[in-house]
Each structure stands twice: as structure tokens, then as C-alpha cells.
Design a protein around this ligand. Structure first.
Ligand code: 6CS
Ligand code: FE
Length: 290
């Protein structure tokens, strides 16, 4: 575990720590790319951007077929990289999917994806994590409010919030089928969480996260300060969001699944070290180590 003296973002402590201002920029300079200046300024302020029609209809169909193939592969269902819904045992997520699927391996190298990440992070990048989220209809369980960076810092040893996620919708994201909710501007505040990280925490947290979850008071303060917006859009749209944006999603009780491909890019200047608040690093299929 990394000594806490080097740790600017202390979390998972026994006692509550005050939320603190983030030190690093949201958008780094130095690398040109496909995002226009106006969108970049808005991303720096709000911590996220929506790119509608990132994928065309025929590409969406190809990825939907790929997701069906992956979710019905019995061998893959038994693989440790596949997380199933606690009750229904339906596939909830498949991790490291860019190493499993050639189609998704191509997608993470697609300039429409990686050039946006390089531009925002102001450096070369690598895939920290990839996953497919299935959020099936009727019984898809949501994700409670959290900052991804808080987990990646505490459990994966990510030094600072110089990582960006891209969530590409492969089904229509409606307000009512578990669409991701984000707090605009929340990436500028790091919210420490109370509670020590249990050993092999990921085995529980990827189904139902209870440690690394901010207090209701801190969530309320942030929501009152930032507001809440919801990512909706047709299949093929993409949401790009800062690693420290506070986000969550409701459960999906509608007949309409909410599936997305989720790719996390980390800056090569921000490579993982020892976990800042966990006994052991998580497996490389959740947090790639180069
Ligand atoms: O723990 C993680 O890395 C994952 N957990 C959530 C709820 N969002 C980000 C990430 O995929
Ligand atoms: Fe998350």
C-alpha cells in the first residue's frame, strides 16, 4: 500500500474527511484532436461531453450482434471477467472486452475514440479498463452514486484523475431505462469515502458497491451545487466523462435493455502504482498494468 504522505487524495479512512478541491485540470493541453474548441471548454467545466451518432447504424448493429454473441457464450459466462446479476444470474458486465473481442479491439484504436481521449488527457493513452454493461430489461440493477477515480485511486493505485471514460450506447438510452446520471462540474471536487477496503472487494463491488460510496450528506451537497443531468440518446451515441465525475444509474424495470461499451483511457503519465487504500491491487482484467 502506498504511504499516505504521498497521497493527495486520501480516502477509505475510518473517520470522515472533508471533500477537497481537485488539483489537476479536467482538460489537459498539448494534444490536438477532433473535439472542437467550444466542446472542449464545456467539457472542462462540466466534466463530460455527449457525442451523438459516434457510431453509424450499421456499426451499432454489428456491435449489438457482438454483444449478443459474447453474452451467450457459455465458456465466457464462466470466466472470472464476467459479472452476473446477483439474482437473475444474467450477464451484467464483461471486463477486458477489448482483449476478448476483435471488433472491440478495433474500436478502442478507432481515431473517433482514442484521439478524443488523447486530446482531453493531453498525452498518449492506454486502456485502463474496458467492459460491456448489459443492464438487461426488467431486472437490470443500477450503480449507486460514486466517483470512478475514487475506486481506481484506492484499489488500483491510479495517482491522479488524468483518465477519461467513454460510454458508447448500443441500445437507446431513455430517461427511464437506467440511463447514466451525472453531476456537471462534480469532477472538480474529490469526495473521500469512509470505510476500509475489504480484501478482494471487487468481487462484491462490481455487483453492488458499498465501500467507496460517498455519504448521503456529501452526495446531497454536490447535487445541490452541481445539479444532475442524465445521458440519453439513440444507440450509437457516446458519453465521454472525467474519471472523477460523480455518477450513478437507476435500475431498469422497463422491457428496454440499456447496453453500452465502456472504455477507460488513462494517461501514460499517470500509470498505476501501488493501491493507495487497499492491501493488494485488483486483477489486471479490471485495471491494466503496463
Ligand atoms: O470499479 C470499477 O472499476 C468500476 N465500477 C464502477 C461502478 N464504475 C467504474 C468501473 O467500471
Ligand atoms: Fe462508474
Amino acid at each position: 500500500m502506498t504511504l499516505s504522505t504521498q497521497d493527495r487524495y486520501r480516502t477509505r479512512t475510518r473517520d470522515r474527511l472533508e471533500p477537497m478541491a481537485r488539483v489537476e485540470p479536467t482538460v489537459w493541453s498539448g494534444v490536438d484532436g477532433p473535439i472542437d474548441a467550444e466542446t472542449l471548454v464545456a467539457h472542462d467545466t462540466r466534466g463530460f461531453s455527449v457525442f451523438r451518432d459516434l457510431l453509424g447504424p450499421s456499426e451499432v448493429r454489428a456491435f449489438q450482434d457482438e454483444l449478443l454473441r459474447l453474452s451467450t457464450d457459455d465458456k465466457l459466462k464462466a470466466d472470472e471477467r464476467t459479472i452476473v446479476e446477483p439474482k437473475s444470474q444474467e450477464v451484467r458486465s464483461i471486463f477486458e472486452v477489448h482483449r476478448i473481442s476483435d471488433l472491440i479491439a478495433e474500436l478502442v484504436r478507432d481515431p473517433r475514440v482514442i484521439e478524443r481521449a488523447r486530446q482531453i488527457l493531453g498525452s498518449d493513452v492506454y486502456v485502463h479498463q474496458s467492459r460491456i454493461n448489459y443492464m438487461p430489461g426488467f431486472r437490470g440493477k443500477g450503480f449507486y452514486w460514486h466517483s470512478d477515480f475514487e475506486t481506481w485511486h484506492a484499489e488500483d493505485g491510479m495517482p491522479c484523475p488524468r483518465a477519461v471514460s467513454m460510454s458508447i450506447a448500443l441500445t437507446d438510452n431513455f430517461p427511464f431505462n437506467g440511463g447514466l446520471m451525472v453531476m456537471p462540474g462534480s469532477q472538480r471536487t474529490f469526495v473521500p469515502c469512509v470505510g476500509e477496503t475489504p480484501d478482494e472487494h471487487y468481487k462484491a463491488s462490481l455487483s453492488m458497491q458499498e465501500i467507496g460510496v460517498p455519504s448521503e450528506a456529501d452526495i446531497a451537497t454536490l447535487a445541490n451545487a452541481c445539479g444532475i443531468e442524465q445521458f440519453t440518446g439513440p444507440a450509437g451515441s457516446a458519453l465521454m466523462f472525467d474519471s472523477n465525475v460523480m455518477h450513478g444509474s437507476g435500475s431498469n424495470i422497463t422491457p428496454f435493455p440499456r447496453s453500452n461499451i465502456f472504455i477507460v483511457f488513462n494517461s501514460v503519465e499517470n500509470e498505476l502504482v501501488e493501491p493507495f487504500a487497499a492491501a493488494k491491487p485488483r486483477p489486471s482484467f479490471i485495471a491494466a498494468r503496463r
